[in-house]
Design a binder for this molecule. Structure first.
Ligand SMILES: [Zn+2]
Length: 177
């Protein structure tokens, strides 16, 4: 085992954790996934997926804006750092396989996804759709001013919960979903 690769600053008065200038919450993975399962059951997967897309996309855009500003990174550096940090924070190992800023397209492989691990291969369907908004949000940041209004899409085209070796996400401008 190894120590965390992200710096964690704890406010001694409030107990609030911060990493990279953002307040963070440290929680058990089962808590996250149990909540996820409960909402899937209550709402249905597709309506939940659509709402999650908006919420996680907004969060990704916010994270990238804060980091770009505080570290002075260019858009591609920021996006690569975003997926590095997610990997270091235990969501899974994100590997950027393709990132075309000019063409607005990308592909990311993910191993050890928290969702795939919790659902297991018995799920038989892609279960990591929460990350699709992470990708479309990162893509909006990558696109700069055009990213605010561009039509962007992302799909988990294969998932470890279907028995694949790893999960795979393809995203881009004018992609469906
Ligand atoms: Zn997956």
């Amino acid at each position: 085992m190894a120590a965390p690769e992200v710096p964690i600053d704890v406010d001694p008065e409030t107990g609030i954790w911060r990493t990279d200038d953002l307040p963070m919450v440290y929680l058990p993975r089962h808590f996250l996934v149990n909540n996820h399962r409960a909402v899937e059951a209550a709402m249905g997967i597709e309506p939940y997926r659509a709402i999650l897309r908006q919420a996680t996309e907004a969060s990704a855009v916010h994270w990238c804006a804060v980091q770009a500003r505080s570290l002075g990174l260019d858009p591609e550096q920021t996006v690569r750092r975003y997926f590095q940090r997610l990997s270091q924070r235990g969501w899974g190992r994100f590997e950027v396989e393709h990132l075309d800023a000019a063409g607005g397209q990308g592909r990311i492989a993910l191993s050890a996804s928290v969702f795939a691990l919790e659902y297991g291969t018995g799920a038989g369907r892609p279960v990591c759709y929460m990350f699709e908004g992470f990708m479309t949000g990162a893509l909006r940041h990558l696109l700069g001013d055009a990213g605010a209004t561009a039509t962007v899409g992302c799909e988990e085209t294969q998932c470890a919960a279907q028995g694949h070796e790893h999960c795979l996400f393809e995203f881009g401008v004018d992609r469906p979903a």
